[in-house]
Design a protein around this ligand. Sequence first.
Ligand SMILES: [Mg+2]
Length: 334
Amino acid sequence: MVEVISTDGLIGWGETARSRTAPSFWPKSQTELDALAGELAGLLKDQDLLDIEPLVDRLWAAGLPHTIVAGVEMALWDMKGKAAGMPLYHLLGGLYRQQVPLAACLGILPPEEAAKVAVGYVEQGFSTMKMKAGRNAGHDLASVKAIRQAVGPALELRIDANQAYTPLEALRLCRKLEEFDLQYFEQPCRQDMVEELAQLRQKTRTPIALNESCRTPLDMLRIARLEAADCVLPDTHLSGGIIQVKRIAAIAEAAGIPMAMHCGHDLGAKTAAMAHLVASIRGFRYASDTTIHSLEADLLVEPLRIVQGSVEVPHGPGLGIEVDRAQLQRYNTM
Ligand SMILES: [Mg+2]
């Protein structure tokens, strides 16, 4: 969590996540955290905090990694919304959707258990479920089969292998999955194998989605040129923030590639940011990944409203949330 306080007393909150996809600096002790906070404060000092894009360029130029830039940038957007008395979605272009459909995310479980969880998600009103995959192709196939048998077509089903398979392994699995009508198979192969993924897409009817391969606008341009994806899943902490996701989204929209927002075990503030992004960008056609429904607690005073598998976009200024400082203290491990 990042808190930015201006000399006028305005406060902005941001959230980011550690990224295993693209390892980058992450503070490991209070001393490292204090040093980072000091560096960031130095870069923001005497600047107009409403000039978010130039300020973000300043953070990139200082060599800060995408995970850190993303957290600070989100806090600046929250602050700007509060300064303007406007919700973030108004600053980003305006409201396309009041409710943002969610894809309930699930880890790797034995197939029967995964099927039981899927039935529970249908009962809670979710339209879409995402299941982690990639440990073993036989297991992935058995799980998809068990889930389809349990819920029929009631759920859009997507799986995410997090780069686990070789192109040949992925092709074999994709072909076997065709009869189960997946919404898509996310990141079956390594993130740098965009050409191989484009070829895979030509050889199977299982739609291919890219997440780790789609971190920057340039990545997105390459994916579009190679026609490598049926869907892309950007995320603020992977890309370096809301502006980067907007840039990726502009290219994806121009290329006619639908999008879904990805999540990183978000704790409330980042979920709110996701809702504002999806609410204000036309091309987010598919449900947004989330794990928020399965948390014991989030970090918000008022939890986000999730009704029938959709989160309501907060209408308060900025992110439209209030961070619960007691909870933050409780979970602070440094
Ligand atoms: Mg993913």
